[in-house]
Design a protein around this ligand. Structure first.
Ligand code: PEP
Ligand code: MG
Length: 746
């Protein structure tokens, strides 16, 4: 980099710093800044455009264009060269601007005199905030070094806007981070919550973008990088880092050791930025470059670089080590979070909003087990939210309102109050049975997976645990749990159930549930691959250990065990034989055997519905895993947002299929339950009960609404409505049942 520009750039930053230190505020400060830039760069025009809203840029300050145009001239995103600079997040450097595609001349500014144009995006962490523009009469292409100086200045401007330095003059100048914002994501867990943002990893705020002494800053930067490299090496040396985790760390190591990354930051510091501002500048620029890439792998790497830069920023500023106390009603906002980290927060969280994640992710499973409203894939929220911001979370629609307006706030408060009233209504029938008008009683049970779920047995009025997903205990650890740990845990689960029955489902891993400490299987279609009982039977070590732990945990009490994903009668027979062997072994070892034991199968594949009669006679009970069964019935991946809602559970064909399951179990006198998510949806629950499912197992929060509805209807009539709708050849019975229900309410 030539010496002149280097010193110019540093000089420019020095002058900017004095401008910022003055006590002029808002517009006066902004005017001063453009004037300094124009003079230092010897260019006739310097202007700053800032976003007024997500789509509109407004001229907020200018040196050289008509001052009357300030706060009057507006451009849509993508409009003109300024709009294009903002849209692409890239520099546009045009010696002859009018000849450039997309050029749009705005007469009110008097810019027709100026031929050359250079626009530099003002952005922070890839988030567009505005555009810094220089223009001149002479046809000239701004040199690389000049563009560089502008980028450095844009970085400083981004920090100033962030700090609210210009707040107070004109709507466009109000700091971005004070505007209300809405984020539309996907439903992870229903429910509404209002509270205060708590960032899982708070953003570092750079308060000193311009350095006093480049030598000191260089040393700080190098120290920081060295510490960062050492911390990544230490993580990699940790033997626990395996599989995907190790891959991520390797990428981090590669970035952390990248000479060009470090060199670019050093150059920024030499040009007058503080060490942390340099890190952030490179992070912003690399992010916007990588996010433009069509290659999803590259876009994913932008997240890695973000993570790495944030670590370095935390090292340099000391921020983030202590994220402060949890506020009242904390709503956790994170890019992504592991189940272990989530468990550490505990149930105090009122809601969770993630930028990534899927419905089946482990964090989502934990949030669901806790019945904490969760929104996933809320893109961009981590950059926008600040600790302490007010936030409303609408888990029923997958929406978050950050810093909401009063009207939104009021509507939301009404919604929460209505839900609270409904909860009171449900509480009043908590100890009543789900007895319908026809006298039929449906047993309502709850799904669980953590010891922490057990108190819900009492609160919800569930009659037992219809499904205890044992894999959660395996998923939230970083190494295989030991038999003694497991048997102690199962014993505590049974203690907490206080005599109510718990259906323990043996380990269901594979598919989306991958244990970090087991060798990953690279399968083309894991949901239909080597999962659940298939793993248990092929590599029986873990299954045997788990069965032993269950028998020991029961310690003489009644025990119910069910095997997941049984696709044919032989698999069930083999699994049951493993259970019998475990019983025999325990007996020989002198451990007390369960008072009674029942061994069931989860029906999750259509094949099992057509198993020989003998299977239905042999099995002690059948539990329909509707989530899996439905995905295989319709061949529609439950994890794929494009198709997972495409087919209705109440589709007449699926209803006919469920009816067949009821008939097969009834013929053999085998108890039958349904434990997929659909059991917790009132209309679905009604249809299931009317079809003959005597037990439904669901999230604890669903028990109240389902019971309330079941108690109000006559299931024989529901059955008649279903049959009539089917006789008419309807695609789904939902409409008929819903219409009938509405009529009931009149
Ligand atoms: C199911 O498939 O419906 C089920 C209950 O099991 P999981 O959701 O854990 O696969
Ligand atoms: Mg399943």
């Amino acid at each position: 980099m030539p010496q002149r520009i280097e010193t110019e750039s540093r000089k420019l930053l020095g002058r900017l710093r004095s401008a910022l230190a003055e006590d002029s505020a808002g517009q006066a400060r902004l005017d001063h800044v453009v004037q300094i830039i124009a003079t230092s760069m010897q260019t006739e025009v310097c202007s700053i455009y800032l976003f007024r809203d997500a789509e509109t840029l407004e001229l907020c300050a200018t040196e050289g264009l008509a001052t009357e145009a300030v706060h009057q001239t507006r451009l849509r995103l993508g409009e003109g060269l300024v709009g294009r600079t903002a849209e692409r997040g890239e520099v546009i450097n045009a010696a002859n601007a009018p000849a450039r595609a997309g050029f749009r001349y705005m007469p009110e500014t008097g810019e027709e005199k100026f031929v050359s144009f250079c626009g530099v995006p003002i952005q922070r962490l890839g988030q567009a905030m505005g555009v810094l523009v220089v223009q001149s009469r002479e046809e000239r292409r701004y040199t690389t070094d000049e563009v560089y100086a502008l980028e450095v200045v844009a970085m400083v401007l981004a920090e100033m806007a962030e700090l609210g330095a210009f707040v107070g003059e004109g709507a466009a100048l109000s700091a971005l981070h004070q505007r209300p914002a809405m984020f539309r994501g996907l439903i992870g867990q229903e429910g509404a919550a209002q509270g205060t943002v708590y960032l899982h990893e708070p953003r570092v705020v750079v308060t000193n973008p311009i350095s006093d002494d480049p030598d000191v800053e260089l040393e700080r930067l190098r120290d920081g990088v060295a510490q960062l490299q050492a911390s990544i090496d230490a993580l990699l040396d940790d033997n626990d880092a395996m599989g995907e985790q190790a891959e991520v760390l390797e990428t981090y190591r590669m970035f952390a050791r990248s000479r060009s990354w470090v060199r670019r930051m050093e150059a920024d510091v030499e040009n007058g930025l503080s060490a942390e501002a340099a890190v952030e500048k490179e992070q912003s620029m690399a992010r916007s470059r990588m996010m433009q890439s069509k290659d999803p792998y590259m876009r994913e790497r932008a997240n890695d670089l973000d993570d790495l830069s944030n670590r370095l920023l935390r090292l340099l500023t000391g921020q983030g080590a202590d994220n402060g106390e949890l506020p009242d009603n904390p709503i956790l906002v994170a890019k992504t979070i592991g189940p272990g980290e989530l468990l550490e927060y505990g149930k105090v969280l009122k809601g969770i909003i993630l930028e990534e994640g899927s419905v089946g992710s482990h964090a989502a499973i934990v949030a669901r087990a806790w019945a904490i409203p969760l929104v996933i894939r809320a893109a961009g929220i981590v950059n926008e939210a600040l600790n302490g911001d007010r936030i409303l979370l609408d888990g029923d629609q997958g929406i978050a309102h950050l810093r909401p307006e009063d009207t939104v706030q009021t509507a939301f408060a009404d919604k929460i109050a209505m839900q609270a009233r409904a909860q009171e209504r449900y509480a009043s029938i908590r100890s009543e049975p789900a007895i319908s008008k026809c006298g039929a009683v449906t047993s309502l049970q709850m799904n669980a997976g953590l010891l922490a779920d057990l108190p819900s047995l009492e609160n919800s009025g569930a009659e037992g645990v219809g499904l205890f997903r044992t894999e959660l205990q395996f998923l939230v650890r970083n190494k295989m749990p030991q038999r003694s740990e497991l048997s102690a845990l199962y014993a505590r689960v049974m203690d907490s159930a206080k005599g109510k029955l718990v259906n323990f489902r043996t380990l269901d891993i594979g598919s989306d549930k991958v244990l970090s400490y087991m060798k990953p299987n690279d399968e083309p279609n894991p949901a239909m691959g080597w999962r659940a009982i298939r793993v248990g039977l092929d590599k029986p070590g873990v299954l045997r250990m788990q069965l032993q732990a269950l028998i020991r945990g029961a310690a003489g009490r009644p025990l119910r065990v069910m095997f997941p994903f049984i696709a044919d009668a032989r698999e069930f027979a083999d699994a049951r034989a493993e259970f019998e062997k475990a019983m025999e072994r325990e007996r020989r070892l002198g451990h007390p055997l369960p008072a009674t034991h029942e061994v069931g199968a989860m029906l999750e594949t259509p094949s099992l519905v057509f198993a020989p009669d003998q299977f239905f006679e042999d099995v002690d009970f059948v539990s329909v895993g509707g989530n899996d069964l439905k995905q295989f019935f319709f061949a529609a991946d439950r994890e794929n947002e494009r198709v997972r809602r495409r087919y209705d559970t109440l589709d007449s064909s699926f209803v006919a299929f469920l009816e067949l399951i009821v008939a097969r179990c009834a013929k053999a006198g085998t108890p039958l339950s349904f434990c997929g998510e659909d059991a917790g949806r009132p209309i679905e629950a009604l249809v299931l009960a009317a079809l003959g499912f005597e037990t439904l197992s669901m999230r604890p929060a669903s028990i109240g609404p389902v019971k309330h509805l079941l108690r109000r209807v006559n299931l024989d009539e529901v059955r008649r409505v279903i049959d009539e709708a089917r006789a008419q050849g309807t695609q789904t019975v939902r409409q008929a049942v819903t219409d009938w229900l509405v009529y009931q309410q009149d």
